[in-house]
Ligand binder design. Sequence first.
Ligand code: NDP
Length: 448
Amino acid sequence: MAMKNQYLIDLLETVKKRNAGEPEFIQAVTEVLESLEPVVEARPDLVEAGVLDRLVEPERQIIFRVPWVDDNGKVQVNRGFRVQYNSAIGPYKGGLRLHPSVYLGIIKFLGFEQVFKNSLTTLPMGGGKGGSDFDPKGKSDGEVMRFCQSFMTELCKHIGPDTDVPAGDIGTGAREIGYMFGQYKRLRNEFSGVLTGKGLTYGGSLVRTEATGYGLCYFTDEMLKANGKSFEGKTVVISGSGNVAIYATEKATELGAKVVALSDSNGYIYDEKGVDLACIKQLKEVERKRIKEYVNTHPDATYTEGCSGIWSIPCDIALPCATQNEINKESAELLVKNGCFAVSEGANMPSTPEAIEVYLNNGILYGPAKAANAGGVATSGLEMSQNSERLSWTFEEVDAKLKGIMTSIFAACDSAAKEYGMPGNYMAGANIAGFLKVAEAMKAQGCV
Ligand code: NDP
């Protein structure tokens, strides 16, 4: 979609020049600016207040050395990041990604998206993101612990329960959050809700583990219902087999669908009868093994090397839950050709701009990440509330709140899309609704 508004065209040019070499960040900003064209026309006061000029620049970017000693006594050095993107509506909030592909551009794109996502949750949270190019895969528990302690030794200078509250993301699960929390507590002599996704014995919230996957299905269910459809009896393909994919599989199955495929970064499994989730949980959550092991105990299932082939499996609904840009134009065209009618994103920015164009041109119901996967951070927000009042809510209570939030997010996307003349375009709706709250707050707080 080409932009016509000269102010936005010029702004995007500045972003491209200033952030050369960071294609993911430029991709995320381009999508949002394109969606905001009708808002910029309708709200010159926001342009006048410089809201957009400020929003495309993070408030603070921290890059630091993370030295640690491996099991052979050798010094290893990784690079750590925290991008404190925007604090207009609350303390910075967003996960920590541990993956070898991490560099500043990835963290900035994730931080930028987080600002709008957190705004959509209706909770008072600003946007941030962090991580490192450390790869937890193949490392011993001791190595992971020493890395996490070193990472937190620097990060603790920049975060706090009222300043910046990190959480998990790719490669950062309960184990890593535990080690980081322990180190923060030791260094600051303070037991506070400085991280979310904590274990249940030390301030974690019930449902946080399940939240992103469950929330994705709650959002998708709303989108389906609004269009006269449902999960019942549908065939679903889900990429990834990590935290988001596992609990999306669990909830989609509970809602009556059959999930036939899952993947990891090496390849994908296809089980026509529906995947055996207990086996996947054992392999991935307990034994930390590769997904190809699944076929050893499920001889009717098949394993195929490579990730993108998963989108050639015929399905009604696709839920990408692995990583950015995992569905390109060709994969999107295959999904359409095979009769898929809904794509809803558990991962952040899993569809390329060309893939999104294919969805929109073919009437696919498209649930964009910043709305569809907001259940994780929403439940992190609920964990912060519980930590502040030093209480723990029941599973049912948190789950009901999560469901209510996802329902309201869908309603907000739906009505913003209609109000700005793009009915059914939930991507534009999410960008507009998420933006407006942050923009009003930025305008009210003056030029800071
Ligand atoms: P996990 O680390 O638990 O799982 C990630 C999964 O995706 C693994 O199966 C992994 O395979 C696969 N994967 C990761 N990188 C790649 C890659 N480059 N190519 C192919 N497959 C890959 O992470 P999460 O489940 O937490 O996160 C998945 C996505 O969801 C991310 O985009 C994340 O930002 C997003 N998200 C997560 C939230 C959360 O609460 N956890 C909240 C909102 C969004 P392998 O094991 O082989 O690496």
